[in-house]
Design a protein around this ligand. Structure first.
Ligand SMILES: O=C(O)c1ccccc1N[C@@H]1O[C@H](COP(=O)(O)O)[C@@H](O)[C@H]1O
Length: 212
């Protein structure tokens, strides 16, 4: 079974086209203004408009207010990736009010962090495990940081899940083998500089997941 892959933080039509052409299952549009990958709702709408229906449109949001969620939905996003401190109650409310699929990010540094996932059973549609960024970091993700993939091996996952955090074309096979992931997400590992997607790296990453 092909590993499903999300290419996150796309902000050019070249990156969108390369990701789709090489088999991405989802594309992520960064709607967090502090991110170097930030796109406005209008940009997300125009970049995602030509996407075929089988490729999921994901808005990446960090503790969004209702107005921003409304702009993401208005831009055609079908999945909301919540990368902040959104509570299970907030996730339930957003799922109900938008009808969107919800991915809740669990930031992981130690085994104890995984326990937080269970609270989202029945609330979110998917858990995305990402590396916890350092205290005081400018971003809660997208910094190319890894966590110990062994923590996920044998874990009793409460929901379908995906792995992210510091993946790239050379590490993803080992990450999948150790963690057991069937879906992965990458952002900085397919860039030449923060926020600058590299179409050759996108191709290499998707070829690597395509071989698994
Ligand atoms: O990419 C960002 O700038 C970002 C900002 C705020 C929240 C999440 C962000 N990115 C997400 O982080 C993970 C891992 O990224 P990386 O591969 O380690 O660079 C991924 O899910 C991105 O969507």
């Amino acid at each position: 079974m092909r590993i499903q892959t999300k290419i996150c933080g796309v902000s050019t039509s070249e990156a969108v086209t390369a990701s789709i052409g090489h088999g991405a299952a989802w594309l992520g549009f960064m709607m967090f203004a502090k991110s170097p990958r930030y796109v406005t709702a209008d940009q997300a709408a125009s970049l995602s408009a030509p996407m075929p229906g089988h490729v999921g449109k994901v808005a990446v949001l960090v503790d969004p207010d209702d107005e921003l969620v409304g702009r993401a939905i208005g831009a055609g996003m079908k999945i909301l990736q919540l990368h902040g401190h959104e509570s299970p109650e907030r996730v339930v409310a957003l799922r109900r009010s938008t009808g969107a699929e919800i991915w809740k990010v669990i930031s992981v540094r130690t085994a104890a962090d995984l326990a937080g996932a269970a609270a989202y059973r029945g609330a979110a549609d998917r858990i995305l495990y990402d590396a916890k960024t350092p205290d005081g970091a400018a971003l809660p993700g997208g910094m190319g940081l890894r966590f110990d993939w062994n923590l996920l091996a044998g874990f009793d996952h409460p929901l379908p899940w995906a792995l992210s955090g510091g993946l790239d074309a050379t590490s993803v096979a080992e990450a999948v083998a150790i963690s057991g992931a069937s879906a992965v997400d990458v952002s900085s590992g397919v860039e030449s500089a923060p926020g600058v997607k590299d179409v050759d790296k996108i191709a290499a990453f998707l070829q690597a997941t395509g071989r698994l």
